[in-house]
Design a protein around this ligand. Structure first.
Ligand SMILES: [Zn+2]
Ligand SMILES: [Zn+2]
Ligand SMILES: [Zn+2]
Ligand SMILES: [Zn+2]
Length: 337
């Protein structure tokens, strides 16, 4: 035990713990918006593109982290452009980009006269070999991601939730979409030293999926995901450091498996919470007499399964709670209650 504490006191471990802390805090911030927009695998795609950036860094002698930031930001903007065009073959274009990024990275690493082992430290993480400068870069980039991701939460959430609504509300959709893509690219570059490029996406997405089990509001999900990401990153690192002599537990996989363990635990809790909430939901008070019709001109909004209004089963039909009262679609008008 005292050996373990001695190990944690060593400078390389302290640098690793600080890096894990900042990575765990920042990665789920962007992950929250990606999950909201059903782009959970975007981080993984950017991670593949970033491999080429790392390789270019090894080839040119420029810092691999900064080259990864540069190339993955370019890749992220390209991905956003392809997505926006909405081509039928959009996912094929993305796949080609991802494979090209990975294959190009391995090829360039060889051209640079570097062994695959060097590249592997970026593919699977190498948090315990970080220099003081590496840690400072990680802290700065993670700080930017957290500041922008949390500070602009209302706007980013509005855009992620409903693009059409946000456009009508006067938000610059493209600017915010590109911002999320760029923040995702920066997060990937930050997390590649901690969990590695091939597992980056897990640290961005799994804490968010866990938080969604336990929280109802968007802000709650964002904050809980940041807390869970930090616990997983630091906890996974501490577990890997406790590996018995003669064995190796790589920090990256330990972090990801710990995050997945938290998700597995949260699942039954989420099921229970949702069941309890259904029981507790108060039945809205009936204010006016039944069957008072409202013409469709007076009610431009069309209610449906996912319209955002609370739906209440009422006998043989479904009522929607709207502006403090309930009504049900009936042919081309609404029946008020
Ligand atoms: Zn509605
Ligand atoms: Zn009704
Ligand atoms: Zn209504
Ligand atoms: Zn009617």
């Amino acid at each position: 035990m005292s050996d373990y504490l001695d190990l944690l006191g060593l400078p390389f471990m302290q640098r690793a713990i600080i890096a894990a802390l900042f990575t765990g805090l920042a990665a789920p911030v962007v992950g929250t918006y990606l999950v909201q927009r059903r782009l959970a695998l975007m981080g993984d795609g950017i991670g593949h593109v970033a491999v080429t950036g790392v390789a270019l860094g090894l080839l040119t002698g420029v810092s691999p982290v900064w080259m990864a930031v540069l190339v993955s930001v370019l890749g992220a903007i390209l991905i956003e452009v392809i997505r926006e065009r909405g081509h039928a073959n959009g996912d094929v274009a993305l796949a080609l980009l991802f494979y090209g990024g990975l294959a190009g990275g391995v090829l360039i690493t060889g051209l640079a006269g570097q062994s695959g082992a060097r590249l592997q430290t970026y593919l699977f993480g190498s948090i315990t070999t970080m220099s003081e400068a590496d840690v400072l870069v990680t802290m700065a980039l993670a700080g930017v991601v957290v500041l922008l991701g949390v500070g602009l939460a209302p706007q980013l959430f509005a855009v992620a939730q409903d693009q059409e609504f946000a456009r009508v509300a006067g938000l610059n959709i493209r600017a915010y979409n590109v911002l999320v893509a760029v923040l995702a690219a920066v997060s990937v570059s930050v997390a590649m030293r901690t969990v590695g490029l091939l597992l980056v996406s897990a640290l961005m997405v799994v804490p968010v999926a866990t938080a969604q089990q336990l929280t109802r509001s968007f802000r709650g999900t964002l904050l809980a995901a940041m807390a869970l990401g930090t616990v997983a990153a630091v906890g996974g690192l501490l577990i890997s450091a406790a590996a018995p002599d003669g064995t190796t537990v790589a920090p990256g996989p330990a972090i990801v498996l710990l995050a997945l363990g938290c998700f597995t635990l949260s699942w039954p809790i989420g099921v229970w919470l949702r069941a309890r909430q259904r029981l507790r939901r108060p039945f809205p008070v009936v204010t006016t007499a039944a069957h008072q019709a409202v013409g469709e001109d007076e009610h431009p909004h069309e209610h449906g399964e996912d319209c955002g209004h609370v739906a209440v089963q009422h006998g043989d039909h479904v009522d929607y709670v709207h502006d403090g009262h309930r009504h049900a679609p009936h042919g081309r008008h609404y029946d008020e209650h």
